[in-house]
Write a protein that binds this ligand. Structure first.
Ligand SMILES: Cc1cc2nc3c(=O)[nH]c(=O)nc-3n(C[C@H](O)[C@H](O)[C@H](O)COP(=O)(O)OP(=O)(O)OC[C@H]3O[C@@H](n4cnc5c(N)ncnc54)[C@H](O)[C@@H]3O)c2cc1C
Ligand code: SF4
Length: 508
């Protein structure tokens, strides 16, 4: 690119698509559009994340590389630079209205079948290693996972064996890491919440943006913040974006603009794009923008697996989904239990608690349990003008959450592992919503094709459009939705009848 990339990008080459944000949504979309022959201008406010090498460390911890946890993650690849690469399909029931302890998880405008081909395409792009074995909630799939599940480390293998012998069904966590024969992944201990310095983690930069750039159809504009999405005078058509780079502002034109800035940035950007036709923000005629925040209530349980310290190992490989749809004596969906990677999270505990947390964590496997937290018209972002003033958290299902904690503790005990699991308020993870998808413009921001209601050429493709969070990790669904939009914009066949155009590489 020239020293002044903005000047050469002001023209509107026919058919160019502007994509704002290069995370899971934007990166996957850019790849799919380029694959379908479309020209893309991908605008990212951050740059590449390239931590300096540290001897003996393949993965580098988020706190060491990025610092403050509340600081937004702004790099090519977005949050996926640090993600655990647990890449799940939503379960079939996640697309339907399902009653929970404290409300209803809403139906999506389409069912699982519509997204199935795009899940397959996303699994191929992100090189997902998995197996349906041991997972009663796994949805039907047209073809097998692209790659077999990753192997368990010995300490995990022992636990999986004892759990299974105790009658607890155990499944592999589907993982987007490059463990193919000749793949760069060395299954190190520092993966979950770490950045991979050998490019073996299939984050959005490595798996999607890099191959998208290689097609020659995608231009990536770094360190450039989109300040506003622009519409024509009628307010019914997108015309481009206003950007700021190196202190200079410029208008870049395109008749298709996709907002993939993640949460809360996408909703905030639409809010800041207010104009005379959209005084409360573009896509906010009904007041739904910023609302319907959903996510996962998450807790931690530590089954003690060793009298000595557990050696460094790649532990993120098994999950328990036996109670996804319900559990004995409890009619409501319960959630999932997942082993996490090893991470020095005790460094974030108070000075007083740090030694205790460290002893517990280094003698156990760290496990998460996640229950769905629900969206309503009251949950979501609180705007003060065009600033973010706060948020109203999703509706938690706390009895269900504590029940899942008990199920985890009992299962590990049945297999011979005592656990430590503090009864504490849940952490909220995996936010979704705030620009949610729906057929009714009165209660949603985008339609089933992810176009903002009433604004031609303006789309949203990231976690913000998801009507509910299910209880499995959300990343693969974000990618699948973005790839479906990529076909829609390219005028490809409809989602339901289109065979995926990526062919899985041969498993090792
Ligand atoms: C430590 C950690 C572990 C995780 N583990 C998992 C996991 O194992 N599995 C899973 O499924 N999910 C996991 N997640 C969550 C997952 O990474 C996110 O849900 C997902 O990346 C969200 O994708 P997105 O496209 O919505 O947004 P993001 O990834 O947040 O990307 C948005 C991008 O837009 C850019 N941007 C924002 N505003 C602007 C603007 N105005 N102009 C230009 N660019 C802009 C940002 O810089 C960013 O790069 C994890 C997250 C973290 C932090
Ligand atoms: S486990 Fe593999 S993908 Fe993860 S950080 Fe280590 S080498 Fe990278």
């Amino acid at each position: 690119m020239s020293p002044d990339p903005l000047s050469e990008l002001r023209d509107d080459p026919a058919g160019r698509v502007i994509v704002i944000g290069s995370g899971m949504g934007g990166g996957s979309l850019a790849w799919r559009l380029a694959h379908n022959g479309r020209e893309v201008l991908l605008i990212e406010q951050g740059g590449y994340l390239k931590p300096p090498p540290r001897p003996g460390k393949v993965g580098q911890f988020i706190a060491d590389v990025h610092g403050d946890r509340v600081k937004p993650i702004q790099y090519v690849g977005g949050q996926t630079k640090f993600y655990g690469a647990a890449l799940y399909r939503y379960r079939e029931s996640d697309f339907r209205a399902v009653e929970h302890e404290n409300g209803v998880s809403p139906a999506w405008p389409f069912g699982y079948d519509t997204l199935e081909p795009y899940y397959e395409a996303a699994e191929a792009l992100y090189k997902v290693h998995g197996s349906p074995a041991g997972d009663p909630s796994e949805p039907p799939r047209a073809h097998a996972y692209p790659f077999p599940p990753i192997e368990h480390a010995p300490v995990v293998e022992r636990m999986v064996g004892t759990l299974e012998r105790a009658g607890v069904p155990v499944a592999a966590i589907p993982r987007g890491i490059d463990r193919r024969v000749g793949g760069a992944c060395v299954l190190c201990a520092d993966c979950d919440a770490h950045v991979c310095t050998v490019d073996a983690k299939m984050d959005a930069e490595i798996a999607a943006v890099r191959p998208a750039l290689a097609t020659g159809r995608v231009k990536l504009l770094l360190h450039t913040e989109v300040l506003k999405v622009l519409t024509d005078d009628s307010g019914r058509r997108a015309t481009g974006v206003l950007v700021r780079r190196d202190g200079e502002e410029a208008v870049l034109h395109a008749d298709t603009v996709v907002v993939s800035a993640g949460l809360p940035a996408s909703a905030l950007l639409l809010r800041r794009s207010a104009n005379t036709q959209h005084p409360e923000g573009v896509g906010n005629h009904s007041g739904a923008l910023g609302k319907y925040l959903a996510g996962h209530s998450t807790g931690m349980v530590f089954p003690l697996v060793s009298v000595g310290q557990v050696k460094p190992a790649h532990t993120k490989s098994f999950a328990i989904h036996a109670w996804y749809e319900g559990s004995p004596g409890w009619a409501y969906p319960t959630g999932v239990i997942q082993v996490a990677g090893q991470m020095p999270f005790w460094e974030e505990a108070s000075r007083l608690m740090r030694p205790v947390v460290k002893v517990v964590a280094t003698h156990s496997l760290t496990c998460f349990y996640m229950t769905e937290a629900l969206p309503t018209a009251e949950t979501g972002l609180v705007f003060d003008g065009d600033k973010l003033a706060g948020r109203v958290e999703p509706v938690q299902n706390l009895k269900t959450f504590h029940r899942l904690r008990q199920l985890a503790v009992k299962s590990f005990a049945k297999a011979g592992y005592p656990s430590i699991a503090r009864r504490r308020p849940p952490y909220m993870w995996h936010d979704v919503g705030t620009a949610r998808m729906g057929d009714d413009p009165a209660t949603s921001v985008v339609d089933a094709n992810l176009q903002v209601h009433g604004v031609e050429g303006l789309y949203v493709a990231d976690a913000s459009v998801m009507p509910s969070a299910g209880a499995v990790n959300t990343g693969l669904t974000i990618a699948a939705l973005a790839m479906r939009l990529g076909d829609h914009l390219a005028g490809a066949a409809s989602a339901t009848d289109k065979a995926p155009t990526i062919v899985s590489e041969q498993a090792a």
